[in-house]
Write a protein that binds this ligand. Structure first.
Ligand code: GCU
Length: 353
């Protein structure tokens, strides 16, 4: 497994800003910028914002990240994970990450399109043939280096790692979905990006982009007929109580990203920064590993309260419908074509099982 590549991606980012040369906090020198002082015994606590529950593998991986960072930096740095949107929606938190008041966050792929539209390639429907194909792409440092550092200068955001975030399917309060025609006229929540709006429209529904935290009440009051997400969100956010029909359209396998404020990275001594970057592959692996079990538990929980999982879906019909979105997005520029080509190769090497 090519786990070291993501670390290198972080390093490439630092080099691109010339940060590695300037040394940030200067080996633990006292600072007025919030960096930890090696000599003072102070611990600087990084905030890690998360919009899901403390049962999620990404939460657990974040907690472990904190423990290991504290150990690796002799207590100069620690991490506190804030679950359940405590620090705000992903769209709000990413602004705070950009201005440096939040240091770390997990974010859904579509939010990144607001900063660099090339991220959209990884958010396209039916893009990855298997979790293994996706994993191969996400571990490819050379392929991702430019993309993952592309908003360091403009937004002070560095992508540390891309993480598996399940497979997304459509669910609603009306009935099982088999074909695109079944979605006709239904208002379906999507994540807030152009690619997601266009996708659900091509799939046959009416798009309703909104933050994750607002979905439950919108389903309950009938403002929405449904949404699309993986089984874990469906259960953890209790959407299964108000939208009983979950249908396996399998239209998306999109990443969550672990982001860090470039300013925060810059403020660390070279040694501490390297210690943090060295931990990323372990954390990435940990967040991925727990996911399949979490999906199975979530599905069983939803079934126990009467949710119905329908696997009789004409996936090929949905795949055909969204083809124009794939072409429009990928043909836009060479960066996207390169990413797309790499995905095709990873898919060929790791077909669906
Ligand atoms: C998943 C994903 C989140 C995202 C959410 C959403 O839970 O992991 O990052 O915010 O879906 O649909 O908004």
């Amino acid at each position: 497994m090519k786990l070291s590549k993501v670390i290198l991606t972080g390093v490439v980012g630092l080099v691109s800003l010339g940060l590695a040369a300037c040394g940030g906090g200067g080996g633990g020198a006292a600072s007025g910028d919030g960096s930890a002082d090696a000599g003072s015994g102070e611990t600087r606590e990084f905030k890690l914002a998360f919009n899901q529950t403390d049962q999620h593998p990404q939460y657990k991986a974040g907690v472990e990240f904190g423990k290991r960072l504290e150990e690796a930096t002799d207590g100069r740095y620690s991490i506190r994970v804030y679950p359940n949107e405590q620090l705000g929606t992903q769209s709000d938190v990413i602004q705070n990450l950009s201005n440096g008041t939040v240091e770390l966050m997990y974010v859904g792929g579509p939010v990144m399109e607001g900063f660099n539209k090339d991220f959209a390639v990884y958010n396209l429907p039916y893009m990855f043939a298997s979790q293994e194909a996706q994993r191969e792409i996400f571990r490819d440092e050379e392929l991702n280096a430019d993309l993952f550092t592309s908003i360091e200068e403009s937004k002070s955001i560095t992508v540390l790692a891309a993480l598996f975030a399940g497979v997304r399917n459509v669910y609603n309060s009306k009935g099982p979905v088999q074909t695109p025609e079944d979605l006709d006229g239904m208002k379906i929540r999507v994540q807030q990006s152009d690619s997601q709006v266009r996708m659900i429209e091509l799939m046959g529904a009416v798009a309703s982009p909104m933050g994750q935290g607002d979905v439950y009440s919108a389903l309950q009051t009938g403002v929405l007929d449904g949404a699309e997400n993986n089984e874990t969100v469906y259960n953890a956010l209790k959407h299964d109580e108000v939208a009983k029909y979950y249908s396996y359209t399998r239209h998306l396998m999109i990443p969550d990203y672990l982001l860090i404020s470039t300013k925060a990275l810059e403020s660390m001594s070279e040694e501490d920064r390297q210690a943090l970057l060295d931990l990323v592959p372990e954390i990435q692996q940990m967040a991925d590993d727990g996911f399949q079990d979490f999906i199975q538990e979530s599905k069983a929980n939803s079934e126990s309260i009467g949710a119905q999982f329908n696997d009789d879906v004409d996936v090929e019909a949905f795949r055909a419908r969204v083809q124009p979105l794939i072409e429009e997005t990928v043909n836009e520029n060479e960066v996207r074509q390169t990413l797309y080509q790499a995905i095709q190769e990873a898919n060929a090497a790791n077909p669906a099982s």
